[in-house]
Design a protein around this ligand. Structure first.
Ligand code: GTP
Ligand code: ZN
Length: 190
């Protein structure tokens, strides 16, 4: 049996388990729709962040902080496979090269489109940028809502989780870190 069919049969098992009639018309294509949705939502496993960044690296003498704020993303927690919905705020200080701006949200999606815990996703984005750009510093802050804490479990719909990862100047210099925090503060969930 193909892997695709195995996946679709697993979806049918879940539908049966929750008490659905897998043969009713509305559910006929659901297993294959779910498979395609998962292939998209977990497409990050097949992507290489270095390859993405290397497509658009430009020599530059600029060494001022570059901040890309409010990068929305959808991920899934590895414990419940329920959505994590949030925003990433990313800054770096170039050291001889800058990256095409669109590549930063692409890197966020590479790691968001995997099963995640928020702390790990924050670190992975930071490390990927640090390794590929070799900048003077990188900072990543993620502010997200976890559906496993809203739709079920503790059912706290107003709580958000903020995580950060800092490298280089952002870690060593308080003024650099504070500048990043003041730019990002306005974007955090109220
Ligand atoms: N640190 C961290 N924990 C997470 C993240 N996403 C979900 N969790 C937590 O993972 C934990 C799993 O705990 P368990 O006790 O094994 O699972 P559970 O019985 O479903 O727990 P409840 O959610 O409290 O009902 C829960 O406390 C979740 O809130 C994340 O991104 N980071
Ligand atoms: Zn969860």
């Amino acid at each position: 049996m193909s892997k695709e069919l195995e996946f679709e049969n697993s979806v049918k098992n879940i539908l049966e388990y929750i008490g659905e009639d897998v043969n009713r018309e509305g559910l006929e294509k659901t297993p294959s729709r779910v498979r395609k949705a998962f292939e998209f939502m977990c497409g990050g496993y097949k992507q290489d962040p270095k390859e993405i960044i290397n497509q658009a690296l430009f020599t530059s003498t600029n060494d001022e902080m570059v901040v890309i704020k409010d990068i929305e993303f959808y991920s899934m927690c590895e414990h419940h496979m329920l959505p994590i919905i949030g925003k990433a705020h990313i800054a770096y200080i170039p050291d001889g090269k800058v990256v095409g701006l669109s590549k930063i949200p692409r890197i966020v999606d590479v790691f968001a489109r995997r099963l995640q815990i928020q702390e790990q996703m924050t670190e992975q984005i930071c490390d990927a940028l640090h390794e590929a750009l070799n900048p003077k510093g990188v900072a990543v802050m993620i502010d997200a809502r976890h559906m496993c804490m809203e739709m079920r479990g503790v059912e706290k719909i107003c709580s958000t989780t903020v995580t950060s990862a800092l490298r280089g100047l952002f870690k060593r210099e308080k003024t650099t870190k504070d500048e990043f925090l003041s730019i990002v503060a306005q974007s955090l969930h109220k």
